[in-house]
Design a protein. Structure first.
Length: 150
Protein backbone atom coordinates (compact mmCIF):
# COMPACT_ATOMS: atom_id res chain seq x y z
CA UNK A 1 0.00 0.00 0.00
CA UNK A 2 2.99 2.31 0.02
CA UNK A 3 2.53 5.44 2.11
CA UNK A 4 -1.14 4.86 2.88
CA UNK A 5 -2.08 5.61 6.50
CA UNK A 6 -2.88 2.61 8.69
CA UNK A 7 -6.35 1.25 8.20
CA UNK A 8 -8.28 1.64 11.40
CA UNK A 9 -11.61 -0.05 11.92
CA UNK A 10 -14.06 0.71 14.67
CA UNK A 11 -15.79 -2.63 15.22
CA UNK A 12 -19.15 -2.22 16.98
CA UNK A 13 -20.20 -5.68 18.06
CA UNK A 14 -21.69 -7.18 21.22
CA UNK A 15 -21.15 -10.86 20.36
CA UNK A 16 -17.72 -12.09 21.56
CA UNK A 17 -17.70 -14.91 18.99
CA UNK A 18 -18.29 -12.48 16.12
CA UNK A 19 -15.57 -10.18 17.47
CA UNK A 20 -13.11 -13.08 17.52
CA UNK A 21 -14.10 -14.16 14.00
CA UNK A 22 -13.67 -10.65 12.65
CA UNK A 23 -10.28 -10.19 14.29
CA UNK A 24 -9.05 -13.56 13.03
CA UNK A 25 -10.30 -12.78 9.53
CA UNK A 26 -8.62 -9.37 9.42
CA UNK A 27 -5.38 -10.79 10.80
CA UNK A 28 -5.33 -13.77 8.43
CA UNK A 29 -5.90 -11.51 5.44
CA UNK A 30 -3.42 -8.86 6.71
CA UNK A 31 -5.99 -6.14 6.18
CA UNK A 32 -5.73 -3.75 9.09
CA UNK A 33 -3.15 -2.38 11.43
CA UNK A 34 -5.59 -1.56 14.19
CA UNK A 35 -9.13 -2.52 15.20
CA UNK A 36 -10.86 -0.66 18.02
CA UNK A 37 -13.61 -2.75 19.58
CA UNK A 38 -16.67 -1.34 21.30
CA UNK A 39 -19.55 -3.46 22.55
CA UNK A 40 -22.61 -1.37 21.59
CA UNK A 41 -23.75 1.80 19.87
CA UNK A 42 -23.53 3.92 23.02
CA UNK A 43 -19.89 2.97 23.55
CA UNK A 44 -19.23 3.67 19.86
CA UNK A 45 -20.66 7.17 20.22
CA UNK A 46 -18.58 7.72 23.36
CA UNK A 47 -15.49 6.65 21.40
CA UNK A 48 -16.26 8.79 18.35
CA UNK A 49 -17.12 11.91 20.33
CA UNK A 50 -14.65 11.56 23.23
CA UNK A 51 -17.18 11.03 26.00
CA UNK A 52 -17.31 8.83 29.10
CA UNK A 53 -14.37 6.42 29.31
CA UNK A 54 -13.03 7.94 26.06
CA UNK A 55 -12.99 11.52 27.38
CA UNK A 56 -9.79 13.19 26.26
CA UNK A 57 -9.41 11.05 23.12
CA UNK A 58 -8.51 13.11 20.05
CA UNK A 59 -11.87 13.06 18.26
CA UNK A 60 -10.27 14.38 15.06
CA UNK A 61 -8.58 10.96 14.80
CA UNK A 62 -11.52 9.20 13.14
CA UNK A 63 -11.51 5.57 12.00
CA UNK A 64 -11.10 4.67 8.34
CA UNK A 65 -14.17 2.44 8.55
CA UNK A 66 -16.94 1.64 11.02
CA UNK A 67 -18.16 -1.93 10.94
CA UNK A 68 -21.31 -2.34 13.00
CA UNK A 69 -23.95 -4.84 13.93
CA UNK A 70 -27.58 -3.68 14.03
CA UNK A 71 -29.00 -5.58 16.98
CA UNK A 72 -27.18 -4.37 20.08
CA UNK A 73 -28.14 -3.25 23.58
CA UNK A 74 -28.52 0.38 24.66
CA UNK A 75 -28.04 2.07 21.24
CA UNK A 76 -28.68 -0.14 18.22
CA UNK A 77 -26.92 0.11 14.87
CA UNK A 78 -29.61 2.23 13.21
CA UNK A 79 -29.57 4.78 16.06
CA UNK A 80 -25.77 4.79 15.90
CA UNK A 81 -25.85 5.40 12.16
CA UNK A 82 -28.30 8.28 12.58
CA UNK A 83 -25.95 9.96 15.07
CA UNK A 84 -22.88 9.35 12.89
CA UNK A 85 -24.50 10.85 9.80
CA UNK A 86 -25.86 13.89 11.65
CA UNK A 87 -22.46 15.04 12.94
CA UNK A 88 -20.03 16.93 10.65
CA UNK A 89 -17.04 15.20 12.29
CA UNK A 90 -18.27 11.69 11.48
CA UNK A 91 -20.75 12.00 8.62
CA UNK A 92 -18.24 10.98 5.92
CA UNK A 93 -16.81 7.90 7.65
CA UNK A 94 -17.72 4.80 5.65
CA UNK A 95 -20.09 2.56 7.61
CA UNK A 96 -20.66 -1.10 6.82
CA UNK A 97 -23.45 -3.00 8.54
CA UNK A 98 -22.54 -6.62 9.22
CA UNK A 99 -25.61 -8.26 10.71
CA UNK A 100 -27.78 -11.36 10.87
CA UNK A 101 -30.91 -9.28 10.22
CA UNK A 102 -32.63 -10.14 6.97
CA UNK A 103 -35.55 -7.84 7.80
CA UNK A 104 -36.40 -5.77 4.74
CA UNK A 105 -37.21 -2.77 6.96
CA UNK A 106 -33.74 -2.92 8.55
CA UNK A 107 -32.13 -2.94 5.10
CA UNK A 108 -34.27 -0.03 3.92
CA UNK A 109 -33.71 1.99 7.10
CA UNK A 110 -29.96 1.41 7.01
CA UNK A 111 -29.74 2.58 3.40
CA UNK A 112 -31.99 5.57 4.11
CA UNK A 113 -29.65 6.56 6.94
CA UNK A 114 -26.61 6.41 4.67
CA UNK A 115 -24.75 3.14 5.11
CA UNK A 116 -22.13 2.27 2.54
CA UNK A 117 -22.77 -1.49 2.56
CA UNK A 118 -25.17 -3.97 4.16
CA UNK A 119 -23.70 -7.43 4.57
CA UNK A 120 -25.36 -10.47 6.11
CA UNK A 121 -23.13 -12.24 8.62
CA UNK A 122 -22.13 -15.60 7.23
CA UNK A 123 -22.58 -18.51 9.63
CA UNK A 124 -19.74 -20.55 8.15
CA UNK A 125 -16.20 -19.60 9.22
CA UNK A 126 -14.74 -19.69 5.70
CA UNK A 127 -17.57 -17.52 4.36
CA UNK A 128 -17.01 -15.09 7.24
CA UNK A 129 -13.29 -14.98 6.39
CA UNK A 130 -14.13 -14.27 2.76
CA UNK A 131 -16.58 -11.51 3.69
CA UNK A 132 -13.99 -9.86 5.94
CA UNK A 133 -11.39 -10.08 3.20
CA UNK A 134 -13.74 -8.47 0.68
CA UNK A 135 -14.69 -5.70 3.12
CA UNK A 136 -11.04 -4.95 3.78
CA UNK A 137 -9.99 -4.97 0.14
CA UNK A 138 -12.96 -2.82 -0.88
CA UNK A 139 -12.12 -0.12 1.66
CA UNK A 140 -8.38 -0.26 1.01
CA UNK A 141 -9.06 0.29 -2.69
CA UNK A 142 -11.51 3.10 -1.92
CA UNK A 143 -8.97 4.76 0.35
CA UNK A 144 -6.24 4.46 -2.30
CA UNK A 145 -8.57 5.95 -4.94
CA UNK A 146 -9.37 8.90 -2.65
CA UNK A 147 -5.64 9.48 -2.04
CA UNK A 148 -4.98 9.52 -5.78
CA UNK A 149 -7.72 12.12 -6.26
CA UNK A 150 -6.08 14.56 -3.81
Amino acid sequence: MGNAPPVEILLVEDNPNDIELALRAFKKNKLVNHVNIVRDGEEALDYLFGRGTYAGRNIADVPTLILTDLNMPRVNGLELLKEIRSNPLTKNIPVVVLTTSREEQDVLDAHRLGINSYILKPVDFEQFMNSARLIGYHWMLLQKKEENNK
